[in-house]
Design a protein around this ligand. Structure first.
Ligand code: NAD
Length: 429
């Protein structure tokens, strides 16, 4: 294990050196602003170090004595098919690949067709750092290639991040073959605002979560639930902040918001906004391509009101810079609206009362939750409940999911120290 951790740490160093080049490539692939793309590559290298450190904390062999003596050993889960989306491609590749390699698995990685290139830097860095050939493989292609990979009999585990629609298909195939599965899927997360909330903080946080990366963020706070009496001031704060998140050339170092990832996606986001207007929603800002940016798939930061939680714009994942504001009539009503969703990936509460915030955190059915902000911490487990997925990708728990447990029952008079020694020696620990 330590040898593998060493390979990962050396590869992380190589990635730090190549960060400007990798960031440039990510910007070319999917339009993420260059300054952010380069910074995220650096954070990806930090994530590699984190997983390498965590690997040392996993007990690969434990001797249990309760109810009889047994050795409980962790073995690599096997050959893993890892399939990723395009919205943060390089860091997603790190999250999907590195923990499995540390556990001793082989990986076949399939990037999204929109972003097929950047993972080559990760492969090169790991290879230069000493990863044996054949352990990590990359295949490119779309849904058909992905399905072929998922159904292949030599695959033991599928680790998928992407849309809920694709996740359902993959889950059905993998379930039929009883493969291990990890699904990180879509979201429609709610920010619950209470009477005593700081609306400036709310607006800044929603913008960081939902306008950042042009809203191509699975954990985006795309539904803002505000007390009826605060609706006007909350909308004003959101419209003000939206004006600061204006799309621009992603290769300019000062740009904070780039285009959407492609034409098909621009059509999807515009289509959702048009349908919301037809359903009675009112566009308070944005809702269209910005003036002066005719080339490229740009879309303005958008705030919609007069939205009911039953409308498609409140129920389906738009995956663009679009926020809907929905009024609520108190905490119970807000929690009910937040939970009235097929998704359960993230959520947030904005209030001056820590106690009220924690109570709401425990009532919203979701895999992650933030108090007074938009935060993502990949040192902690990340993932969803309901249609947002199965399993956790990050944190120590993400690494633990890369192992199978085997119990070796032992005679009651076995010498536990000797057995632990032999097992550890055999497994190169
Ligand atoms: P997508 O589901 O269309 O594609 C994701 C990946 O799966 C791609 O590599 C694609 O080629 C592949 N794929 C598609 N259909 C497949 C099938 N039937 N079998 C096997 N592979 C298949 O998603 P996308 O548009 O690339 O990404 C956006 C989605 O990803 C959003 O729904 C977003 O919420 C989700 N996402 C989730 C997380 C999370 O951690 N929960 C993180 C990022 C993105």
């Amino acid at each position: 294990m330590e040898k593998r951790a060493q390979v990962v740490r050396s590869a992380a160093e190589l990635i730090r050196v190549a960060a400007p080049e990798i960031g440039h490539l990510v910007t070319s692939e999917m339009g993420q602003p260059i300054t952010i793309a380069v910074e995220l590559v650096g954070r990806g290298a930090d994530t590699m170090d984190f997983f390498a450190d965590m690997a040392g904390r996993i007990a690969m062999t434990e001797i249990r004595t309760d109810g009889g003596m047994a050795a409980v050993v962790r073995e690599p889960v096997g050959v893993v098919a890892a399939i990723a989306p395009w919205n943060g491609p390089f860091n997603m590749a790190i999250t999907k690949i590195v923990p499995h390699l540390l556990a001793g698995c082989s990986v076949v990685f399939k990037p999204a067709p929109e972003t097929p290139f950047d993972v080559a830097y990760l492969v090169d860095a790991l290879t230069d750092a000493g990863l044996p050939s054949g352990v990590l493989n990359v295949v490119t292609g779309g849904a058909e290639t992905g399905e072929h990979l998922v159904s292949h009999p030599d695959i033991d585990k599928v680790s998928f991040t992407g849309s809920t629609a694709a996740g359902r298909k993959i889950g059905a195939i993998a379930g039929g073959q009883l493969k291990r599965i990890q699904l990180e899927l879509g979201g429609k997360s709610a920010a619950i605002v209470l009477d005593d909330a700081d609306l400036g903080l709310l607006a800044a946080s929603v913008a960081r979560g939902t306008f950042f990366n042009s809203g191509q963020v699975c954990a985006a706070l795309s539904r803002v639930l505000v007390p009826r009496s605060l609706q006007d001031s909350a909308v004003e704060a959101l419209v003000d902040v939206a004006a600061k998140w204006r799309p621009g050339d992603p290769f300019e170092s000062t740009t904070t918001m780039g285009p959407l990832a492609g034409r098909r996606h621009l059509e999807r986001v515009s289509g959702y906004v048009a349908r919301a207007e037809a359903d009675g929603a009112v566009v308070r800002t944005g809702g269209r391509r910005p003036d002066g940016l005719e080339r490229g798939f740009f879309f303005e930061s958008t705030v919609l009101t007069d939205v009911d939680n039953s409308m498609a714009i409140a129920r389906e994942e738009v995956f663009g810079p679009v926020v809907v504001v929905i009024p609520h009539d108190g905490v119970d009503d807000a929690v009910a609206i937040a939970n009235d969703s097929q998704y359960g990936l993230h959520g947030a509460v904005f209030t001056a009362s820590e106690r009220a915030a924690l109570e709401i955190a425990s009532r919203v059915r979701t895999g992650t939750f933030t108090l007074n902000g938009f935060l993502y911490n990949n040192r902690a487990p990340f993932g969803g409940v309901k249609a947002s997925g199965v399993g956790r990708d990050t944190g120590l728990e993400g690494l633990e999911s890369c192992f199978e447990l085997k119990t070796i029952n032992l005679p009651s008079d076995a010498d536990s120290l000797r057995i632990a020694d032999v097992l550890q020696g055999e497994r190169g620990e």
